[in-house]
Design a protein around this ligand. Structure first.
Ligand SMILES: Cc1cc2nc3c(=O)[nH]c(=O)nc-3n(C[C@H](O)[C@H](O)[C@H](O)COP(=O)(O)OP(=O)(O)OC[C@H]3O[C@@H](n4cnc5c(N)ncnc54)[C@H](O)[C@@H]3O)c2cc1C
Ligand SMILES: Cc1cc2nc3c(=O)[nH]c(=O)nc-3n(C[C@H](O)[C@H](O)[C@H](O)COP(=O)(O)O)c2cc1C
Ligand code: FES
Length: 589
C-alpha cells in the first residue's frame, strides 16, 4: 500500500488529443513500477481539487506515466489550463486492477474509458494475448488512443455515433457481433455507466466480463465511504469488478451518488436498493455487552465517518461489527469540502477534512432502511449546522429515532467545522443535550468529545444535560503543510484537519481514563484502535464500546472479526467470563 500523500511532480508533456481530452506525461518511476492496468491515481491540482484519474500508460524503462484527462468541470478544467513544468500532486496507484484471463480478450471502451484499457491492452500484448479493441466515440474527433492500440497489434474496431469513422452506431453493437461470431475468453470494459450496463447484458451467461466503474471519490483509500456502490467501495474493492457482482447485486446502472452522498438516478426516479437478506449476529458470551439496555453481540464497531451507505454498514455487520455507526448527519444536505479531504501523513497516521458532507436526514432514511437488514444496533451520529444549534440537533435526533436509530451519538467535536466552537462552550453542549433528550428521552444518547478542548469539563456538562454516555475521542486538530509548495494539502478553509490513526491510540486511552475518573456513564473508546490489544487497553481505562476508523485503510472490513477474535482469545486465556470484567480495571489499582 503506498503512503497516501500527494507527491509533487512536474508535468513533462501535455498534448491535446481530442476536443475535450488532453494527455499528461509525468516522471514517476515508483508509481510506474507499482501500477497495474485498471488502477488510478488521485491527481491534485493545488488549491483547486483532487480527482481520480486512470493510469493510461507506464513506460518502465524511462519511469514515466501518462494519464488522459477530459475537461469536465472545475478540477479537470484547471488541469487543462496547465503548461509543461507546472506542478501537480499525485498519489497512488490505488484500487483493484483488471486480471487478464484466457488468450483472446475483447476490450470495449467508450470516451476516456479507453485510457485504462490501453494500459490493459499493452500488458496483454506483452504476454502474447490477442486483443480485440472496440472503441466508441461521438465522432472521429473524439476517438482516443486508436493509433496506440494499433501500434501494439490490437485488432481495433471503431464505432462513432455519426458514422464519421468506422461503423455508425454504438460500440456495444460491435460487441454483440463479436460475442456471436467468436470464441472470446474475457471482456474488459470501461466507459459511461449505461454503456457498461449494456456490455453486462450482452455478456451475461456467455463471457466473463470485468468492468471498471466510477463513483465520486474523496479519500481513494477506503476510509470515507464516499465511493460506495451497493456496499462495495469503488476505490478499494474496485474500480474493477466482476460484472455479475455489480450488475446483479448493486444499484449500478440505476443511480449514482453526488458529493454529499445523495442518490442521483441515471434515468427515471428509482433510487431504491435491493433489500439484503436479514442478518443476525452470533452472540459470544465473552464479548456480549449491554450498554444502556442495548445488547451488542460484541462491542467492536466502526466509528462515524467510514460509511455513507446503509448497505456498507450492513456489510460491516456481516463482517463482524457488533454495532453500526452512521456518518454524522444534519438536517439539510451538506457538500463538505473539496479534495484532498483525507491523506496519510505518516504510516498509519491520517489527516482528514471531509467537512461533514452528508445527504441530509430525510434522504438518510433510505440508508437506515438498508442498514436495518442487519439485526445489529444502529447508532446514528447527528449534528446541527444552523442556529439555534440545539434545536437542529434535537430535530435530527428525533427523525433518526423515528426511523429506527437504537442509539444516538452527538458530534459536537469535528475540529475543522463550526462544531469546534461547541466544544469551547460547555453550556452550549449542555443545552444541545437537553434539547436532544427532550425529543428522544428513551433513546440512549452519547456525546462525542475531542482532545481539542477541556474534554473532562465537556463530559461533565454533557452528563448534566442528560447524556447517557460519552464517546472519546474525535480527531486532533492539526495542519499539515506540503513541503514543496508550502501550502496546506487539505482543502478546508484554513487547511486545518483532524489527525487520527496509530498515534491517536495513547492519547485516546489516556482521555478515556481521565473522563472515567470524573463521570459515571458508559464510554465508547475511539482513536487508534488497530488490534485486540488496543481494545483491552481502552477497556481497562474505562471504555465499554470500541469504535474503529483509521484501521480500515489497511485492514478493511475484516478488522472487526479479527479484533473481536483477538479480544475473545485474550479473555479466555486470562480466565475472564466476559469483557465487562476488565472495563475500568486501571481505576481499581
Ligand atoms: C476510478 C476512476 C477513474 C477515472 N479515470 C478518469 C480518466 O482517466 N480520465 C478522466 O478524464 N476522468 C476520469 N475519471 C472521472 C474524473 O475523476 C471526473 O470526471 C472528475 O472528477 C471531474 O471533476 P471536475 O472537478 O473536473 O468536475 P466537476 O464539475 O466537479 O464534476 C463533473 C463530474 O465529475 C464527477 N466528479 C467530480 N469530482 C469527482 C471525484 N472526486 N470523484 C469522482 N467523480 C467526481 C462529478 O460527480 C460530476 O459528475 C475517473 C473517475 C474514477 C472514479
Ligand atoms: C475520513 C474520516 C471521516 C470522519 N468523519 C467523522 C464524522 O462524520 N463524525 C464523527 O463524529 N467523527 C468522524 N471522524 C472521526 C472518527 O470517527 C474517529 O473518531 C477518529 O478518526 C479516531 O479514530 P481512528 O484513530 O480509529 O481513526 C472521521 C474520521 C475520518 C478519518
Ligand atoms: S473514496 Fe472510496 S472510501 Fe473514500
Amino acid at each position: 500500500m503506498p503512503i497516501g500523500i500527494p507527491e509533487i511532480q512536474e508535468i513533462e508533456e501535455i498534448s491535446q488529443r481530442t476536443p475535450k481530452t488532453k494527455t499528461f506525461v509525468f516522471s514517476g518511476p515508483k508509481i510506474a513500477r507499482e501500477a497495474k492496468p485498471g488502477q488510478f491515481l488521485m491527481v491534485w491540482s493545488p488549491k483547486v481539487d483532487e480527482i481520480p484519474i486512470a493510469i493510461a500508460h507506464c513506460d518502465l524503462e524511462k519511469g514515466r506515466l501518462e494519464i488522459a484527462v477530459s475537461d469536465e468541470g472545475e478540477c479537470s478544467h484547471s488541469l487543462h489550463q496547465k503548461n509543461p513544468r507546472d506542478l501537480v500532486g499525485l498519489r497512488g496507484p490505488y484500487g483493484r486492477a483488471f486480471s487478464l484471463k484466457g488468450n483472446e480478450i475483447c476490450m470495449v471502451a467508450g470516451g476516456y474509458g479507453v485510457a485504462s484499457l490501453r494500459f490493459a491492452a499493452e500488458d496483454a500484448r506483452k504476454v502474447g494475448k490477442k486483443v480485440v479493441a472496440l472503441v466508441g466515440a461521438k465522432n472521429r474527433d473524439h476517438l482516443l488512443y486508436v493509433d496506440e492500440l494499433k501500434k501494439i497489434d490490437c485488432e481495433v474496431q471503431v464505432a462513432t455515433e455519426d458514422g464519421s469513422e468506422g461503423s455508425k452506431g454504438l460500440v456495444t453493437d460491435l460487441l454483440l457481433k463479436e460475442v456471436e461470431d467468436r470464441e472470446i475468453d474475457q471482456v474488459l470494459t470501461c466507459g459511461p455507466e449505461l454503456m457498461i450496463e449494456r456490455v453486462c447484458e450482452i455478456t451475461k451467461n456467455k463471457v466473463p466480463a470485468q468492468v471498471s466503474i466510477e463513483r465520486y471519490m474523496k479519500c481513494g483509500m477506503g476510509i470515507c465511504g464516499a465511493c460506495d456502490c451497493g456496499g462495495y467501495l469503488v476505490c478499494k474493492d474496485g474500480p474493477v469488478f466482476n460484472a455479475e457482482d455489480v450488475f446483479e447485486k448493486t444499484e449500478f446502472g440505476r443511480w449514482n451518488r453526488d458529493k454529499a452522498g445523495a442518490r442521483i438516478p441515471f434515468r427515471g426516479n428509482d433510487i431504491s436498493s435491493a433489500p439484503s437478506p436479514i442478518f443476525t449476529p452470533r452472540y459470544d458470551r465473552f464479548l456480549e455487552t449491554n450498554v444502556c439496555g442495548i445488547v451488542f453481540a460484541n462491542p467492536v464497531m466502526n466509528a462515524s465517518g467510514t460509511s455513507v451507505s446503509g448497505r456498507h454498514l450492513y456489510r460491516l455487520a456481516v463482517s463482524g461489527a457488533g454495532g453500526m455507526v452512521t456518518k454524522s448527519t444534519c438536517f439539510d444536505q451538506r457538500l463538505g469540502y473539496n479534495n484532498p479531504t483525507v491523506i496519510e501523513i505518516a504510516p498509519l497516521v491520517y489527516q482528514n477534512g471531509v467537512g461533514l458532507s452528508n445527504q441530509g436526514v430525510k434522504d438518510f432514511e433510505l440508508e437506515i432502511k438498508d442498514a436495518k437488514c442487519a439485526k445489529v444496533p444502529l447508532i446514528t451520529s447527528v449534528f446541527g449546522q444552523t442556529e439555534p444549534l440545539p434545536e437542529e440537533f434535537g430535530k435530527v435526533a428525533s427523525y433518526m429515532k423515528q426511523h429506527g436509530a437504537d442509539m444516538i451519538e452527538l458530534n459536537i467535536s469535528c475540529p475543522h467545522t463550526k462544531l469546534s466552537m461547541c466544544e469551547q462552550n460547555p453550556d452550549l453542549v449542555k443545552e444541545i443535550v437537553r434539547s436532544v433528550k427532550k425529543e428522544v428521552s428513551t433513546t440512549p444518547t452519547f456525546v462525542k468529545v475531542s482532545p481539542n478542548a477541556d474534554y473532562v469539563e465537556l463530559a461533565k456538562a454533557a452528563v448534566e444535560g442528560g447524556a447517557d454516555g460519552i464517546t472519546a475521542i474525535n480527531t486532533l486538530r492539526f495542519t499539515y503543510l506540503e513541503k514543496t509548495l508550502n501550502i496546506p494539502i487539505l482543502a478546508t478553509p484554513d487547511g486545518t484537519g483532524g489527525k487520527s490513526g496509530k498515534e491517536h491510540g495513547p492519547l485516546g486511552k489516556r482521555i478515556v481514563f481521565e473522563i472515567r475518573e470524573e463521570v459515571d456513564v458508559p464510554i465508547a473508546g475511539s482513536g487508534g484502535i488497530f488490534s485486540g490489544n488496543d481494545v483491552i487497553d481502552y477497556a481497562m481505562n474505562g471504555a465499554s464500546l470500541f469504535q474503529i476508523c483509521s484501521a480500515f485503510v489497511t485492514q478493511g472490513t475484516a478488522v472487526f472479526g479479527n479484533i473481536a477474535k483477538e479480544v475473545a482469545d485474550y479473555l479466555k486465556t486470562n480466565k475472564y467470563d466476559n469483557i465487562s470484567e476488565v472495563v475500568g480495571m486501571a481505576h481499581k489499582r
